[in-house]
Design a protein around this ligand. Structure first.
Ligand SMILES: C[S@@+](CC[C@H](N)C(=O)[O-])C[C@H]1O[C@@H](n2cnc3c(N)ncnc32)[C@H](O)[C@@H]1O
Length: 291
């Protein structure tokens, strides 16, 4: 890949560990070598008619959205090395289809991780939506896998254990419990003063966990949808190499990685009620709702 000279790509930041481009991730992927990346984390737009700025259409027909996702997923799979992994963060409604496609591409299913969300809005005629989906697939047998431990849950009022562990409390590992595939401790990034971009900044705790599970120091991490640069910030802190790209404004990422703050007005409510104000479907209602 020749930096900054690939058509449509501009190298906007280089650190000792990473490179950030401005442009379309499909153009960058086309310039990346096969089997060159250890871990992909992808948090694409969810097709919820959000305003991501010029050149980004977040209101595609369902089939067009899935066709676009298939394009970048196939390319991501091509660049993942043997034993590498991919995580895809999306609504359950989309990830059920994207997981199937990853299986068709020959990837190995590891987990559907449910990320508990708070403050969602009820959807008429549906169960109350309460999680985002994080798909975890590997390219064959995973080269890296570390299962983090999480603190033993305690009552926030009395400080005592919430469960009795069937009388085997003394046999629990003092380092904590094994992490499950239901994550209830990932906070939304919703605070006006902290949010670095208008839409969808993820918690660094989520990225730290993903990088801990499926990468090691010196590995190469790729995130095709930069947003506010959460993946790249976590990679820097955890000494992973990284490649990043953002089609829209890259200044929030550059400011973040350069230690400058960049405040934007964040919506008061998070994204947890996604899909609740989607236009009523005209046909096949069961297939149009987002949860
Ligand atoms: C959901 S946000 C990612 C947020 C990010 N995970 C974070 O924590 O800040 C998706 C981002 O992808 C960007 N994007 C959309 N289409 C793109 C494309 N074709 N290539 C690169 N970036 C794109 C959008 O501008 C948006 O910033």
């Amino acid at each position: 890949m020749s930096d900054g000279t690939a058509p449509g790509l501009q190298l906007v930041l280089e650190t000792p560990l990473g490179k950030l481009y401005r442009g379309d991730c499909l153009d960058l992927l086309a310039a990346m070598e096969t089997a060159s990346v250890d871990l992909v984390f992808a948090d694409p737009p969810f097709n919820l008619k959000k305003d991501y700025g010029e050149g980004i259409n977040d209101a595609l027909a369902d089939d067009d959205y899935l066709a676009w996702c298939h394009k970048w997923l196939a390319e991501c799979v091509r660049v993942i090395a043997d034993g590498g992994s991919i995580f895809v963060y999306n609504l359950p409604r989309w990830n059920v289809e994207l997981g199937h496609y990853l299986t068709e591409l020959g990837m190995t299913f590891r987990h559907w991780i449910a990320i508990d969300i708070k403050m969602s809005l009820p959807i008429p005629g549906r169960l109350y939506p309460s999680h985002y989906s994080l798909l975890y697939y590997s390219n064959g047998k995973p080269k890296r896998f570390e299962r983090p431990r999480v603190p033993i849950p305690t009552c926030r009022h009395c400080g005592g254990d919430i469960k009795d562990y069937g009388g085997h409390r003394n046999k629990l590992n003092p380092d904590g419990l094994n992490l499950t595939d239901v994550w209830v401790d990932i906070p939304p990034v919703r605070h006006r003063g902290l949010k670095r971009r208008g839409a969808n900044e993820l918690s660094e705790r989520l990225l730290e966990r993903v990088l801990t599970i499926a990468s090691a120091e010196g590995d190469l991490v790729f995130d095709p949808f930069g947003g506010s640069g959460t993946t790249y910030a976590a990679a820097e802190r955890m000494h992973r190499h990284w490649i990043g790209i953002e089609l829209g404004d890259t200044e929030p990422i550059v400011a973040r990685l350069s230690g400058r703050t960049h405040h934007v007005a964040a919506p008061g409510r998070g994204d947890a009620g996604k899909g609740s104000n989607r236009a009523r479907p005209t046909a096949s209602p069961d297939h149009q709702s987002l949860f």
